[in-house]
Design a protein around this ligand. Structure first.
Ligand SMILES: Cc1cc2nc3c(=O)[nH]c(=O)nc-3n(C[C@H](O)[C@H](O)[C@H](O)COP(=O)(O)OP(=O)(O)OC[C@H]3O[C@@H](n4cnc5c(N)ncnc54)[C@H](O)[C@@H]3O)c2cc1C
Length: 274
């Protein structure tokens, strides 16, 4: 098996000589970003990649994920590696310190993510999806949604997904049929999604799904679509996971490769609406 070692000298060269880390560090909010700090971050990320993530790459690919009674088990060592990953604060490196993030530039985050994906892409997909959910909520979320979800997603204690694709709607999302029907202050979601990366797994106590759905009576095509935040466990007033929401993984996709990353078929609303 090839041993993974992060190409730190190349990364430093690209960051400092080509990508202009010094200019990025001049931007507001990045006062503490220095070549020494970035060196230390890359070194530690390289260690985690080489010592924890890469050794699970081959075994994870052979073992794959298992679905039993709606529960997805990732390969041996993956949940423990994830616990170590979030314990080290790696999930929150580019995000707002107000939500527990480390406020580092995306330039540095991109270099660090290159390490995760090179060491073990199947593992890295989970935080990559969470990262996207955090960005989405940061830019478009209401204050109420941010208050409930941001800290947990930034720390990685909860993971995020994107639920766009349906059997008849891949590149062309105007064909989406998943329905969102108004119910008091919220919506009830029902429909099927396919190819959902880390749609179900055993890394986190809750999974926050970003679901593209259609409200009845809305415009045809993409103009009639809205995006809904649909947690696996509804969130109690104290912020902890409450009752199970009406959604589940009904199967794992086959022949997709990336065996250690659960690519899920998801069903929403079998019991009346998620
Ligand atoms: C490993 C994996 C993980 C995924 N994870 C997620 C996820 O987390 N969430 C999610 O929502 N989806 C996910 N997807 C689904 C992915 O977003 C879709 O596969 C993608 O949108 C393409 O849709 P499709 O597979 O139906 O292909 P199609 O849309 O049927 O496309 C098939 C081919 O036709 C081409 N094509 C399509 N339309 C046109 C056009 N108008 N003109 C010219 N060429 C065209 C495409 O480029 C492609 O080559 C995942 C897919 C994979 C493989």
């Amino acid at each position: 098996m090839t041993e993974y070692r992060a190409p730190l000298a190349d990364m430093r060269f690209v960051l400092n000589e080509l990508a202009g880390l010094d200019a990025v560090a001049q931007l507001p909010g990045f006062d503490e970003v220095s070549p020494d700090l970035v060196d230390a971050i890359l070194e530690q990320a390289g260690k985690l990649g080489a010592e924890v993530l890469a050794p699970l790459n081959r075994s994870g690919d052979i073992e794959g994920c298992q679905l039993e009674n709606g529960v997805v088990r990732t390969p041996k060592g993956f949940p423990e590696a994830y616990a170590q990953f979030i314990e080290g604060g790696w999930n929150g490196i580019p995000f707002d310190p107000d939500y527990g993030g480390q406020g580092l530039p995306w330039l540095v985050t991109t270099a660090v993510y290159e390490i995760w994906h090179a060491a073990n892409m199947a593992f890295a997909l989970c935080p990559t999806l969470t990262q996207a959910a955090v960005e989405l909520l940061s830019v478009h979320g209401s204050d109420g949604l941010k208050a409930v979800f941001m800290e947990k997603l930034v720390s990685g204690v909860w993971a995020g997904t994107m639920n766009l694709t349906e059997p008849q709607a891949g590149s062309d999302l105007s064909k989406i049929r998943t329905q969102a029907v108004r119910d008091g202050e919220g919506y009830l979601i029902s429909g099927h999604k396919i190819f959902i990366t880390h749609g179900e797994h055993d890394f986190t106590e809750n999974i926050v799904h970003m679901v593209l759905a259609r409200t009845p009576g809305g415009a045809d095509g993409i103009k009639g679509l809205s995006l809904f935040v649909v947690p696996k466990f509804l969130v109690k007033d104290d912020g902890s996971p409450g009752p199970r929401n009406d959604l589940r993984c009904v199967s794992l996709e086959h022949k997709m490769g990336i065996n250690a990353s659960p690519t899920c078929v998801m069903s929403f609303g079998d019991g009346g609406g998620a």
